[in-house]
Design a protein around this ligand. Sequence first.
Ligand code: AP5
Ligand code: MG
Length: 218
Amino acid sequence: MRLVFLGAPGVGKGTQADKVASLNGLLKISTGDLLREAVRSQTPLGLEAKSFMDQGKLVPDSVVIGLVRDKLSDPSCGKGFVLDGFPRTVPQAEELAKVLVDRKISLDRVINFQVSREDVVKRLTGRRSCQKCPATFHLDFAPSKVSGICDRCGGPLIQRSDDQREAIETRLRVYDEQTAPLISFYEKQGLLSNLDGSGSVETVSQNLTKVLATRKTA
Ligand code: AP5
Ligand code: MG
């Protein structure tokens, strides 16, 4: 199974990507997680990406394309992958197509997560992320067992710098301008399936399983 998860910030791509990857033995490739890891490790790439991410702007295409190309050559991609948050621009989607052709593989499905703006803002403002690992929680919808402590690794939970109101507004605008055009890009290729991303994490996960079991058509 080779999937792309598309959707505005906060629609639940990362949450569902974790589930679908562990249920099906897929490699989750999240450009956001890879970039945050690079920022934490203070690599040259991380230092370049940080100011874009803090402001809610996109990191240059060349940087993220390089990250994804490396990951797609990982042997753990064998059973398939789920791309979470990539591609995010038409040039990224075109580059991805070239990489897949080189590897003689193709995408099975692009899942377009649909959630109201009001819900997206609630999900983002209440999100808490582990400072040490990629785990995320929500103050109301997915609280950690011990307040402020990561269930997975015991690290401290913090609010991502781009989960502040001003950066959220920028991210939503950037999504409308640069990422939403990918909906028609993939629709034209017959790869797009819409997913109702409202409702609880469990409900969305069940909807996703149903969508993945049906034939391709939005
Ligand atoms: P990235 O990390 O990809 O952020 P994003 O797309 O803005 O998406 P989020 O991670 O904020 O949301 P999500 O859809 O994963 O939702 P989640 O599951 O966490 O990118 C960050 C930055 O990196 C970008 O701004 C950019 O600078 C850079 N970047 C990354 N990729 C790039 C690319 N390809 N090109 C250029 N730059 C790139 O859920 C959100 C919250 O809601 C959580 O708290 C969760 O617990 C909760 N939640 C989830 N599902 C539900 C539910 N069903 N009900 C209630 N709560 C829920
Ligand atoms: Mg995410």
